[in-house]
Design a protein around this ligand. Structure first.
Ligand SMILES: [Zn+2]
Length: 175
């Protein structure tokens, strides 16, 4: 057995149990805060394969995200923020604020969860500097002041989820 082969086995021994633990530790990665957010999660998971795929990618990482929907007046906006890194997990918060149909809000939630999945895939991004470095490389700035970014992947995910949720079967209960 060559030295390289030994190293490969050691690395596998280190990383495979870690990834298996991430998937099977029973810790819910996406948590709704309040029933409006819970309804959006349920809608997305039940009716959108794209939404489910994003959630599965989050389940493989060490990010835990709390989701809140503040149903205020005005146009719907969404933001994803890193809250803290503790106990081996990165705690994130997705905040939706404003008024929209459930389909539109679930699509925006899916867009924000794509950002969570992007962070889940970059385990080294554990603070604001790390997050900014990640988005300097994969995203585009989305505001003139401050540090806000967006990605084409998240834009695509949001549009795709909206298509899946509104494909001819949404009833008036959507509003
Ligand atoms: Zn975005």
């Amino acid at each position: 057995m060559s030295r390289t082969t030994v190293w490969v086995f050691i690395l596998l021994a280190l990383f495979i149990p870690a990834s298996a633990r991430a998937q099977h530790d029973g810790v819910p990665r996406i948590r709704a805060v309040g029933s409006p957010a819970a309804l959006l999660l349920e809608l997305g998971r039940d009716r959108s394969v794209t939404f489910r795929h994003v959630a599965e990618r989050i389940a493989r990482g060490n990010t835990i995200v709390h989701v809140v929907w503040r149903q205020t007046g005005g146009q719907l906006r969404g933001v994803t923020q890193l809250v803290t890194y503790a106990g081996g997990y990165r705690f994130l918060r997705v905040t939706l604020e404003g008024h929209a149909s459930r389909s539109a809000a679930a699509s925006m939630l899916g867009h924000e969860l794509q950002h969570v999945a992007e962070l889940a895939a970059a385990p080294w991004a554990v603070d604001d500097l790390g997050v900014a470095a990640l988005y300097e490389s994969i995203g585009q700035r989305s505001c003139a002041k401050g540090t806000c970014f967006d990605t084409q992947a998240a834009q695509h995910v949001g549009v795709q989820i909206f298509r899946e949720l509104t494909d001819g079967s949404i009833t008036s209960a959507d509003e």
